[in-house]
Design a binder for this molecule. Structure first.
Ligand code: FPP
Length: 247
């Protein structure tokens, strides 16, 4: 068995992904392996968010988006859903100060209005307290679905047309993209899904059109700096053509 701690990856500082999106999978399985309740996996998973955000920030990544709760996650047991809704408070109580010290800006995408008021308040407070920060933009996809986001944007642009603010011909990819929940975030360069599942699960469908995908078997609570470096090294080994041909 190799000792992961002894392995380091040589990263090209000029080719750090600008925006990394994470599907944080495997919290439940990680906990089960330890004979602990699924919620313990989510609890430990929040520590990984902090660890990886600080490291991404240190590496010069501009944006990091994490899939914290999907529109489909409401199908889960009510106790688990309620527990996840309590995590933002736990997360910000523990780490907001440190994130501010590290110049991290917080945002969310999704239907925060569907969350309990305490959860909403705590997230909105963190967002307003960090809005002037210029380091990593850490976005929580919370009550988020990729198809839903596209439908919401479509509705907004239809309304703009009906109100006479724009005409149908004003709608193009750039205009549409600016009206997605991610608005001005840089394009996603790298999508990492943990825990050995090879699906998008309705995450950032528009934004991932040209992202590189890296899948790892590691469960989210066990994902660490070394594993992040390994994923970035894989990304750096890929040849990106964006539909063109290699020059
Ligand atoms: C998937 O694991 C993970 C989630 C559903 C997200 C849980 C949320 C967090 C880690 C953090 C939220 C934090 C904040 C601050 C909003 P899973 O339960 O699907 O694992 P499994 O596939 O092993 O069952």
């Amino acid at each position: 068995l190799f000792n992961k701690k002894n392995i380091s990856y040589e990263l090209d500082q000029d080719n750090i992904p600008g925006h990394i999106a994470f599907i944080m999978d495997g919290n439940g399985r990680w906990a089960k392996k330890r004979k602990m309740p699924r919620t313990y996996g989510h609890h430990e998973g929040t520590k990984t968010i902090r660890k990886i955000a600080l490291e991404a920030n240190r590496l010069g990544v501009k944006a990091m988006t994490v899939y914290a709760f999907s529109t489909e996650n409401f199908k889960r047991d009510i106790n688990e859903v309620n527990y996840i809704f309590k995590l933002p408070k736990e997360f910000f109580d523990l780490y907001l100060k440190e994130l501010i010290e590290n110049n991290v800006q917080l945002r969310y995408i999704g239907h925060l209005e569907m969350a309990p008021k305490e959860t909403r308040d705590i997230i909105e407070k963190a967002i307003s307290q960090t809005s002037q920060n210029t380091g990593l933009i850490l976005t929580f996809a919370f009550i988020y679905g990729g198809r839903d986001e596209i439908v919401e944007t479509t509705k907004e642009l239809c309304q703009q047309c009906l109100d006479g603010k724009i005409s149908v011909d004003n709608i193009n990819e750039d205009y549409f993209e600016k009206h997605l929940m991610t608005t001005d975030l840089p394009p996603v360069d790298l999508m990492i899904r943990t825990s050995g599942e090879y699906r998008l699960s309705n995450f950032m469908l528009w934004q991932l059109a040209y992202a590189e995908f890296v899948f790892t078997d590691i469960h989210w609570p066990a994902f660490d700096e070394t594993e992040l470096h390994r994923c970035i090294a894989i990304y750096q080994g890929r040849e990106r053509r964006f539909g063109g041909v290699l020059k």
